[in-house]
Design a protein around this ligand. Structure first.
Ligand code: ADP
Length: 594
């Protein structure tokens, strides 16, 4: 910040985290500013002639009219570097402890002198275009990361440091640029949070973000680089599902943004996450995680920024060619932050008091999810999964309805299912996925060419079940004809044996693609065999009380990843049971006819 630009404005009005300042020089929209004697970090969010409206990311207690505001000349940016993995930050990437307290008071990021092992992958004389990978960083406690030229810089390498140990801010490479002075590059660089990082090309969704959760992967799958929302009232399992996905999905890096939930809830995440184990490596999950936390006691403006900060961090890892999954819990608290700031500015409120620009802000966030060809040529992806907590679990409220417009997968969590302790409480009739078509290939590569039609069959049965249950409430279940009772039996099996999956079960908390296929095919086989049996006048009651039914219902719990062969045994037994049943019935009807 140059001295000549000091005291560029003077505060004339303050309301909580927002203030107005009379400017002496032109300010830029979204420019970062320092406010008051304490140099609190703020951002220009509106300009009216000679007045700048500023939101402040720190506690404004003690600020008063007449206090100075200094422009920084740069948009609100965060520092992206190899130190990010394994740490907890606030909405502006200021480091926090596991208790959610600031590591250092005041502004500024953690520029501690920690050193990282760097090895160059470029030499003097090479051309480094935007996003070129010029070296890699090896951390013994985290995966290999790449050093990239920032997306807004290119030139010829005039110096590059040899392999060795360096801190994040040490200059490693110098570029001679045509149009400006030389650029000095370190392992880290700054990037404006509200500006999507450029890519070479957005690519269509190709494979899934595989989660190991049956109702997601097999029924409402999400593509790698896709976007999903999980709306649900209190206690419907949003947090557990987000954590389960973070733990089991096949992403290289997890960004978890906890947004303004009640302080104790966020504290439990902060406490729990660092103790989670990566099931694949047995090492701490934190080694490939970045947590961005904003409890409700942190400044509301930082909550508003946290979502963009998280996406920016996600894009940074994506640009190295990694698969990144971003979990945001909950986007409703973020929308409430927007509403609070807008209210303080006296803006005209829209639906439910939210500002009219709520929808476009949500679009800005979700549209940054992508499967891309990065500037470096690497292929990476950023998948966004946002939790929504609609008041009174009402999915017609504005945050949920706008979210629906921008996501491709909608996993509606249902209070009745959760009350019945049916988890994950994703309601099959209130959910959808638009990534299904793109993922047919994934399942056929696993030898499952019927996936699409069996998925549709399951959904059709579940839909019919809902209709028949309404009818059964009036006329009684026993009054339904056998074919309809059979539908209820099959739908029950789909729910209990396939969609239900406890996040806390040692055997069933993760379900591989092979196991999901085996289970789906088993249920399909049962549907076919039992349908034939019903046509031969075998009663639904006889079928529902067969001992093999219990084994089917419990196959998720009883057949683990290491005994997939036992599905073959179960299938042989199932075929045998039905063959005896229908054989007996055929003989009986033949003797009647005789
Ligand atoms: P929310 O974040 O929506 O308020 P939580 O994620 O805290 O809800 O879930 C509430 C409780 O429901 C959890 O403490 C847990 O006992 C149970 N639960 C939620 N999801 C699952 C799951 N997938 N498997 C087993 N139990 C679950």
């Amino acid at each position: 910040m140059s001295d000549s630009r000091d005291y560029h404005a003077v505060i004339n009005w303050i309301s909580g985290p927002v203030l107005r300042a009379t400017t002496r020089v032109p300010f830029h929209l979204n420019e970062a500013v320092k406010v008051g004697q304490l140099q609190l970090l703020g951002e220009v969010i509106r300009i009216n002639g000679r007045e700048a409206v500023i939101q402040v990311y720190e506690d404004t207690t003690g600020l008063r009219p007449g206090d100075p505001v200094t422009a920084t000349g740069a948009p609100l940016s965060v520092k992206l570097g190899p130190g990010l993995l394994g740490n907890i930050y606030d909405g502006l990437l200021r480091p926090l402890t596991e208790q959610g307290r600031y590591v250092q008071p005041g502004i500024g990021q953690d520029t501690k002198s920690r050193k990282y092992a760097f090895s160059p992958s470029i030499k003097v004389g090479d051309l480094a275009t935007r996003g070129t990978l010029f070296g890699s960083v090896h951390r013994e406690d985290a995966r290999i990361q790449r050093c990239m030229t920032p997306p807004n810089c290119d030139g010829r390498v005039i110096s590059i440091r040899p392999a060795g140990e360096y801190s994040e801010d040490e200059i490693l490479c110098v570029l001679e640029c045509d149009d400006s002075e030389n650029r000095e590059l370190s392992m880290s660089h700054y990037w404006p949070v509200r500006q999507p990082r450029p890519v070479l090309q957005r690519r269509p969704i190709k494979g899934p973000l595989f989660t190991g959760q049956r109702i997601i992967d097999s029924i409402f799958p999400i593509g790698c680089g896709g976007r999903a929302a999980m709306p649900g009232g209190f206690g419907t399992g949003k947090t557990v599902l987000q954590e389960t996905l973070a733990k089991w999905c096949d992403a290289d890096v997890i960004i978890y943004v906890g947004c303004g939930e009640r302080g104790n809830e966020m504290a439990s995440v902060l406490h729990e996450f660092p103790s989670l184990e990566d099931p694949r490596t047995g090492r701490p999950l934190m080694e490939r995680t970045v947590i961005i936390a904003n409890t409700s006691n942190m400044p509301v403006a930082a909550r508003e920024a946290s979502i963009y900060t998280a996406v920016t961090v996600g894009e940074y890892f994506r640009d190295m060619g990694m698969r990144v999954a971003l979990m945001a819990d909950s986007t409703s608290r973020w929308a409430e932050a927007l509403r609070e700031i807008s209210g303080r500015l006296g803006e005209l409120p829209g639906e439910a008091g939210y500002p009219a620009y709520l929808s476009s802000r949500q679009a800005d966030f979700y549209e940054r999810a992508a499967h891309v060809h990065a500037l470096s040529g690497a292929v990476g992806s950023l998948t966004i999964i946002g939790a929504v907590s609609p008041p009174s679990a009402d999915f017609s409220e504005p945050v949920t309805t706008h979210t629906k417009r921008y996501v491709h997968c909608f996993w509606g969590l249902d209070a009745a299912r959760a009350q019945a302790r049916f988890y994950p409480a994703i309601h099959p009739l209130q959910s959808y996925s638009r990534d299904v078509e793109a993922l047919v290939h994934f399942w056929s590569q696993h030898g499952y060419v019927n996936w699409m039609s069996q998925r549709q069959q399951f959904l059709a049965l579940l839909e019919e079940q809902a209709r028949l249950e309404r009818m059964a409430r009036i006329i009684g279940k026993d009054a339904l004809p056998p074919r309809q009772q059979h539908v209820l039996l099959c739908a029950d099996l789909i729910n209990e044996a396939f969609l239900r999956q406890s996040a806390f079960s040692e055997v069933d908390r993760y379900c591989s693609a092979e196991r999901q296929i085996a289970m789906m095919q088993m249920i399909s086989r049962f549907i076919e065999l039992s349908k034939n049996a019903i046509e031969l006048n075998i009663s639904v009651e006889t079928i529902s009380t067969l001992p093999v039914m219990r084994r089917l219902m419990r196959m998720g719990e009883e057949i683990g990843e290491d005994d997939l062969d036992r599905f073959d045994e179960l299938r042989v037994d199932l075929d045998g049971v039905f063959s005896r049943l229908t054989h007996g019935s055929k003989q009986e009807s033949a003797s009647h006819e005789g």
